[in-house]
Design a protein around this ligand. Structure first.
Ligand code: ATP
Ligand code: MG
Length: 562
C-alpha cells in the first residue's frame, strides 16, 4: 500500500493481513458490480470510491462488472449511465464485463452440480416450497423431488433450457441442507425459467441464474481477490463459499467476500426501486433531477466529482449500519466551490434603487475580484449606473441596530462599488415599495485607495445595474423530503414525506452581464446567496441556473439572520 500514513479501514486491514500471509500483491483484483436496473446514487459512490480507491492504493485492477442476470429489469440506458457516472467521478476500470457473458459457464457448472448430486430440479409451486423452507426457529422439510436421479435432473434441466416449460413451473435448486440454521442454505434456487429477452443475450436463454449463484462464480471467473459488498449479504457469505467449493481449483485465487455498511443519507431515499417510483410517478423530472440523490442528479445540481469523493472519504467505511447527515455532503460541495467557483452578483428578488446624485447617462465598469480565495482567478468588470437592483430583503425602512443592511438614513457599501445612503422611498397606492432613493459617496469607490474607500460601514450588499442586467431563471432546490428518514416510518409510504417546496422556480432573477458567456455546467458563487450552476435547459436567450447549495444552511434552526 503506497499510503502508509493513513489509518487503514477494516477492509484494508483484511487485505494487509492476506498480504502478510503470503497473498501476492499482483494477485489483488477488485470489482464494482452494479445491476443495470437504475442510475447510480450517492450510496453507490461509496462503493465506487472504496473499490477503485483500493485499486489505486494497491495498484491493482478494478473490473466494472454489470450484474445483469434479471432481464425483466435491466436496460442499456442504465449501462450507459453507469459508465458515464464512474468516468465522471474520475475512475478508470480495467475490464468492462457482464455476468451475462458467463451464462454458458454458469450453466455448465450447474450441470456439474447435478452430476455431483448437488443440485436438483424441483417442480412444486413457489408457495409449497416456501412452506417447506421452515422458519428460523423451525427446520425445513425436504422436497419430494430432492432425490430425483441424476439422469432425470439432467433431462429436466435441459428441457428447462430448451424452453419446454412455462415460467414458474420448474426451478433448479442446490442440494445443501434443509435443516441449516442459515435459511439461505436450505436448498436455494439457482436457476429459474424466465421467457424474457435479455438486453445483451436477447432470446438465447429461457433460464436465468440467481444472484447468489452468479455473483461468487463471476468473482471466481474474474479472479477477484476481495469481493466487497454491503452488510445485507453477510448471511449470504456461507452460500457464497459453498458455491465456490463446488468449482474452485486450489491453484487459483479463491475470492473472499467481505461486507461493509451501506451508505445511508438523511432526508432522502436510496433504493433504486424507490428512486424509480419517483421517476415513473413524475414526482421528480427524471433520474437526473437535481433533487435526486443520484450521481447524475448531483452532477446536474452542480456537485463536483471532488466533493463527492471527499464526502465518501469523510463519511468513512463502517461495519455497522448508520445514517450520514446530508449536511456533510453539503459541507463538501461548499468547501470545494469556495475554492474554485468565481464570484458573481445576482439579485433573486429585486427592488429598485435609484442613486439620485449619480449622473443620468453615466456608466462605469468597475473592477471586481473573481475569487478572493484564489488570486489566480483574477478580475472582471461589472457595470455600475444610476438605477440598480438590490435584494428586497436587504432593505427596511426601519430596523433595529442589528440590521446591518440598508435602511432609511443609513449607509451600506455596494460590493465592488460605492457607499450609498437611503433617504426616501417611493410606493404605489397599495403601499408596495417601488423605489428606494439613495445618494452615493463618489469618493468611496472600492479599491480606489482613497481614505473614503477605506471607510468602514457595517453592511455590504450585492447588486446589479438594471440597464445591464440579464434576466434569468433560477431554480431553487431544497431537500426532496421533509423527513430525516422517509423510508423507515412504519405504515407510512415514503412519498408522503415529499417536501412540497423542494423546487421553487424564480423567473424574475437578474444576473450581471459577465454571465452571458457562461456555458452549461459552469459553476458560480452568487455572492451572499449560494452556489449556482448553469442547467442543461439553459440557452443563450434564456439562462437557467440551479442552486447547488445556499451559503447558509436554512435548515439549521438556530441561525442568526444577520
Ligand atoms: P439498491 O438497493 O439501491 O437498488 P443495490 O445494492 O441493489 O442497490 P447494485 O447495483 O446491486 O445496487 O449495487 C452495486 C454495488 O454497489 C454493490 O456492491 C452494492 O453493495 C453497492 N451499493 C449499493 N448501494 C449502496 C449503498 N447505499 N452504500 C454502499 N454501497 C452500495
Ligand atoms: Mg442489487
Amino acid at each position: 500500500m503506497d499510503n502508509h500514513n493513513k489509518a487503514l479501514n477494516f477492509l484494508e486491514q483484511i487485505i494487509e493481513e492476506d498480504l502478510a500471509n503470503g497473498l501476492d500483491t499482483k494477485k489483488l483484483r477488485f470489482r464494482f458490480p452494479p445491476e443495470p436496473n437504475g442510475y447510480l446514487h450517492i450510496g453507490h459512490a461509496a462503493s465506487i470510491c472504496l473499490n477503485f480507491g483500493l485499486g489505486l492504493s494497491y495498484n491493482a485492477p478494478v473490473n466494472l462488472r454489470f450484474d445483469d442476470t434479471n432481464p425483466a429489469k435491466e436496460e442499456q440506458e442504465y449501462v450507459d449511465a453507469i459508465k458515464q457516472d464512474i468516468k465522471w467521478l474520475g475512475f478508470q476500470w480495467d475490464k468492462e464485463l457482464y455476468s451475462s457473458d458467463y451464462f454458458q459457464q454458469l450453466y455448465d457448472w450447474a450441470v456439474l452440480l447435478i452430476k455431483n448430486g448437488n443440485a436438483y430440479v424441483d417442480n412444486q409451486s413457489s408457495e409449497t416450497m416456501a412452506l417447506q423452507k421452515g422458519t428460523p426457529t423451525k427446520i425445513g422439510t425436504d422436497s419430494p423431488f430432492r432425490n430425483r436421479s441424476i439422469e432425470e435432473n439432467l433431462a429436466l434441466f435441459e428441457r428447462m433450457k430448451q424452453g419446454e416449460f412455462d415460467e414458474g413451473t420448474h426451478v433448479l435448486r442446490a442440494k445443501i441442507d434443509m435443516t441449516s440454521t442459515n435459511m439461505l442454505m436450505r436448498d436455494p434456487i439457482i436457476y429459474r425459467i424466465l421467457k424474457r429477452s435479455h438486453h445483451r443475450t436477447k432470446n438465447t436463454w429461457n433460464i436465468y441464474p440467481m444472484y447468489d449463484w452468479t455473483h461468487g462464480e463471476s468473482d471466481y471467473i474474474e479472479q477477484i481477490s476481495h469481493s466487497i459488498c454491503t452488510l445485507e449479504f453477510k448471511s449470504h457469505r456461507e452460500l457464497y463459499d459453498w458455491f465456490l467449493d463446488q468449482v474452485c481449483d486450489s491453484k487459483r485465487i479463491r475470492p473472499k467476500q467481505r461486507e461493509f455498511a451501506r451508505r445511508n443519507l438523511s432526508y432522502t431515499v436510496m433504493s433504486k426501486r424507490k428512486l424509480l417510483q419517483l421517476v415513473n410517478e413524475n414526482l421528480v423530472n427524471g433520474w437526473d433531477d437535481p433533487r435526486m440523490p443520484t450521481i447524475s442528479g448531483l452532477r446536474r445540481r452542480g456537485y463536483t466529482p471532488e466533493s463527492i469523493k471527499k464526502f465518501s472519504e469523510l463519511a468513512g467505511i463502517a461495519k455497522r449500519d448508520n445514517v450520514t447527515d446530508v449536511a456533510l455532503l453539503e459541507f463538501c460541495i461548499k468547501d470545494d466551490l469556495n475554492k474554485t467557483a468565481p464570484r458573481v452578483m445576482a439579485v433573486l428578488d429585486p427592488v429598485k434603487v435609484v442613486i439620485t446624485n449619480y449622473p443620468e447617462d453615466k456608466e462605469e465598469w468597475l473592477e471586481a475580484e473573481n475569487n478572493q480565495e484564489d488570486v489566480a482567478a483574477g478580475f472582471r468588470k461589472v457595470p455600475f449606473s444610476r438605477a440598480l437592483y438590490i435584494e428586497r430583503e436587504d432593505f427596511r425602512e426601519e430596523a433595529n441596530k442589528k440590521f446591518f443592511r440598508l435602511k432609511l438614513n443609513n449607509e451600506v457599501r455596494l460590493k465592488n462599488a460605492y457607499i450609498i445612503k437611503a433617504y426616501q422611498v417611493v410606493k404605489n397606492e397599495n403601499g408596495d415599495l417601488l423605489e428606494i432613493h439613495c445618494t452615493y459617496d463618489a469618493l468611496s469607490k472600492s479599491g480606489s485607495g482613497s481614505e473614503e474607500s477605506q471607510r468602514k460601514v457595517k453592511g455590504t450588499l450585492h447588486w446589479v445595474s438594471i440597464k445591464h442586467a440579464i434576466k434569468a431563471e433560477v431554480r431553487l432546490y431544497d431537500r426532496l423530503f421533509n423527513h430525516e428518514a422517509p423510508d423507515t416510518q412504519k405504515d407510512v409510504d415514503f412519498k408522503n414525506f415529499i417536501n412540497p417546496n423542494s423546487l421553487l422556480i424564480n423567473n424574475e432573477a437578474f444576473v450581471e452581464p459577465s454571465l452571458l458567456t457562461a456555458k452549461i455546467g459552469d459553476r458560480f458563487q452568487f455572492q451572499r446567496l449560494g452556489y449556482f450552476n448553469i442547467d442543461i435547459d439553459s440557452t443563450p436567450n434564456h439562462l437557467v441556473f440551479n442552486r447547488t447549495v445556499p451559503l447558509r444552511d436554512s435548515w439549521a434552526k438556530t441561525e442568526a439572520k444577520d
